[in-house]
Design a protein around this ligand. Sequence first.
Ligand SMILES: CC(C)(COP(=O)(O)OP(=O)(O)OC[C@H]1O[C@@H](n2cnc3c(N)ncnc32)[C@H](O)[C@@H]1OP(=O)(O)O)[C@@H](O)C(=O)NCCC(=O)NCCS
Length: 321
Amino acid sequence: MIDILKKDPKKIVFTEGTDARILEAASRLLASNFLHPILIGNAQEVEAAAEECGYNIRGAEVIDPLHYERMEEMIDLFCELRKSKGVTREEAKKTLAQANYFGTMLVKMGEADSLLGGATYSTADTVRPALQLIKTKPQNNIVSSCFILVRPSATGENEVLAMADCAINIKPTEDELVEIAGETAECAKLFGIDPKVAFLSYSTLGSGKGEDVDKMRNAAQKTKDKYPGLPVEGEIQFDAAVSPRVARTKCGDSEVAGHANTFIFPDINAGNIGYKIAQRLGNFEAYGPILLGLNAPVNDLSRGCNAIEVYSMAIITAALA
Ligand SMILES: CC(C)(COP(=O)(O)OP(=O)(O)OC[C@H]1O[C@@H](n2cnc3c(N)ncnc32)[C@H](O)[C@@H]1OP(=O)(O)O)[C@@H](O)C(=O)NCCC(=O)NCCS
């Protein structure tokens, strides 16, 4: 991804310009010169914070929503984008004083290619402006998300998996799961995964019964129909999805069973718990949530993130642009 950015450097907005972890990541990015950081905040406060933490952010662009020269134009565009909600100029001005909305509008206006926030904002407060202003791609119905999980293997080659949707859609419908699977498979390819998609359940090919079993089976079938070239299996239990031995017993002849690397969970409960088990007990590094289906890349950090995670997520986010 660094190679992609070296060929075509991008700009990334950081909404929390005075946060020490953001400043450390920005100073590293500035030193390597393939990604141009834009820090939101008051210039003096940002510089003072950087000085106090000992990070060199010379060359970073700092933009203060309270002194932004294109603010009138931004307000106009914001009102236009939110006209169905009857937003007044006064309300728009107040909203755009907040770094999450202001930063998102910088991407919308083409001043930046991507945005990374959430070091202090909640997921909802980082994601909502993107849903409302950057919006879903024309061919998509929803924005969703995936995590990329990476674990060095004994042979020295990284084991790389994709999991979705662990962060955005709380209870996706059958059709939403189809979209999530398609987007996740595309994203997985960017990380070198040759996607083999498993629609996870507590049942394997009819062994159990229930509404969620039907949902996963139907979603798997619809995904097969929609993406004929994509290897898909479901509904399938996790053991049958990853263990060739269990797969032989439960699934017979399946291209995916036993070798799945792209996992679609029935809902956010399963997804969020599932990726964290892989991260905490399986020694996988987790990158994400990577938002899928937006018109421009915007990503959300965990509030417990460290500077290395900010740096990695900034590279991933900008490379997606
Ligand atoms: C994504 C999420 C944050 C949106 O929350 P919200 O802002 O309260 O949701 P709302 O229903 O008020 O929707 C806000 C706007 O986003 C849009 N939206 C909501 N979910 C969307 C989705 N999945 N895709 C596209 N647009 C969506 C709505 O249509 C609405 O647009 P509008 O203002 O133009 O009408 C919500 O789904 C959520 O909380 N998900 C779980 C987040 C979480 O806790 N994750 C675990 C930790 S990582």
